[in-house]
Write a protein that binds this ligand. Structure first.
Ligand SMILES: *Cc1c(COP(=O)(O)O)cnc(C)c1O
Length: 271
């Protein structure tokens, strides 16, 4: 049996995922990802029903999203609000398709998120919490949220510093339209498991610590961590949500720098 410490990131494979162009492609990619999830769960002694797969459709055209829907996807992750909003508008006919916004949000875009998203995974400032709550109250809606934590200490990554999360969470009960579900992170983008895994361990240990004195109404059950290249490691470390794009939709042609600040890609200034 393979030991957990042998699981390696697969970022090198991501560029080679072929584009899914038929519903059957989506079905077989989803089945392959689910098989990887199950294998990781077996190694870690976990029940696969504890891990939710969030397909990430960013950069992909509406036609691909419709095929993913036909293959059974009912919740799609997008990280640019404007792009997500446009897709939502274009696919109103798919009444049970829901949207998860997984990327950094500026306060001037909270209005859009409040209108269409059912989940927001990148909460990392009080100003966004306030603006989002106010907009949601106007819409008469509520939203599942995850607090994003910067577990890699890279200046380019969004998210709260781990030691700032406790104080932040204590303030969240003031925002009754935000249903806090847990924590989210992006690990260091590295080929070596020994650099990636500590990010996931940090998030789990932080969640376990914060859960003990979470304020009333704040539930910290969820850990959203892991993507196409590293979700097996994340599952071994306790992920309850994995956000998987390329392994389902195919490699992205647009540079990740545009969608996801990484090394050498300064993040957008917060207005
Ligand atoms: C793009 C993205 C993912 C998915 O990455 P893939 O390599 O396509 O699996 C996960 N999380 C966030 C926040 C993303 O922006």
């Amino acid at each position: 049996m393979q030991s957990l410490s042998e699981t390696q990131p697969r970022h090198d494979k991501c560029g080679r995922y072929p584009e899914a162009v038929t519903v059957e492609d989506f079905q077989s990619n989803l089945a392959a990802v689910r098989a990887r999830i199950e294998a990781a769960c077996r190694r870690a002694g976990r029940d696969p029903t504890e891990v939710r797969l969030l397909p990430v459709s960013k950069t992909k055209p509406e036609a691909s999203l419709r095929q993913a829907y036909a293959a059974g996807c009912r919740l799609l992750g997008e990280n640019k609000v404007q792009e997500a909003f446009g897709k939502w508008k274009a696919m109103q006919d798919l009444a049970d398709l829901r949207w998860s916004v997984i990327g950094h949000l500026q306060t001037n875009k909270t209005k859009l998120v409040a209108q269409f998203a059912s989940e927001f995974q990148a909460l990392d400032s009080m100003r966004v919490a306030e603006a989002l709550d106010r907009r949601l109250q106007i819409e008469g809606r509520s939203l599942d949220v995850f607090v994003q934590v910067n577990t890699s200490s890279e200046a380019s990554k969004y998210g709260l510093a781990p030691d700032a999360v406790s104080d932040f969470i204590q303030e969240l009960p003031a925002f009754s339209a935000l249903r806090v579900r847990g924590l989210m992170t992006l690990a260091l983008f590295a080929a070596e498991a020994e650099r990636v895994r500590p990010c996931f361990v940090l998030l789990r240990e932080l969640r376990d610590r914060l859960r003990q004195d979470a304020p009333p109404g704040i539930v910290l059950d969820e850990l959203s961590m892991g993507m196409s290249g590293d979700f097996e490691i994340a599952i071994e470390e306790g992920a309850t949500v994995v956000r998987v794009g390329q392994a389902i939709f195919g490699a992205r042609t647009s540079p990740d720098a545009y969608y996801w600040p990484g090394e050498g890609n300064p993040k957008e200034p917060s207005i």
